[in-house]
Design a protein around this ligand. Sequence first.
Ligand SMILES: [Zn+2]
Length: 274
Amino acid sequence: MKKYVSVFVFIIIGIIGCINVSAFTRNGNGNLKLITSEKINITVMEAPILVIENGPIQKIVDDIQWFGQASVRIQASGKFIYIDPYLVTDKEPAELIFITHSHGDHFSIDDIKKIVNNNTKIYAPKDCCQKLISEGIVNCKEVVPGQTLNIDGIKVKVVPAYNIVKNFHPKEKKFVGYVLTVGGVKIYHPGDTERIPEMKDIKCDIAFMPLGQTYTMQNVEEAANAVLDVQAKFAIPIHYGMYEGAASDAQLFKDLLKDKVTVVIKECKNPLQH
Ligand SMILES: [Zn+2]
């Protein structure tokens, strides 16, 4: 298993030397000779070594399952967390489900039914919650952009998601993305969005990013710049290869972020994926 460890080592070496030399003299050859060295005391001190490790982030990245489009499962802090479950194949029961908006490839009641149980907590925009409740799935809480939640020790920031150039996701619809802080690791799922100014206020360790260029970003470069905006250490491309965007886009995304961000291209076993 690849292991990425960033080690910042600050070593301060202090040499405290106390050399008490009383005199030099010349020997018979005329060369200088140290004739008294009463005290030589050299101390080498090392400062504490600070290690910042990416291990917990890498583990979460490794465990992430991508089902196609924006549908992902995160495994962290002993929980299965689904965001926009759609075409779910591995059906681990969900402790938490987050929905970004009501479009059919993000809000699938059939898929939610596959993973929900009596203990599952669901967070979604108002119209999604209303539909779920009408289907008898009552444990849904409405979210709006700007909210901050604390769910069983997981900090959740609800962030805006919208188009600037296109009209598929108008800002006034209050579609959302999420920044989850799980075990100290910040994970950003942007929902369906273009590169919006609010991204500069988001800081995360892992960023999912949509590569479809019909409904979300204008192009792959914009998606790569959005990853830089949120200062992610790891980026996982999503929302491509099914209805829009191709595998070559994911490779371009990786190339654009080379030496800046670790891009992990997840395999999608969905039969609709090409
Ligand atoms: Zn959408």
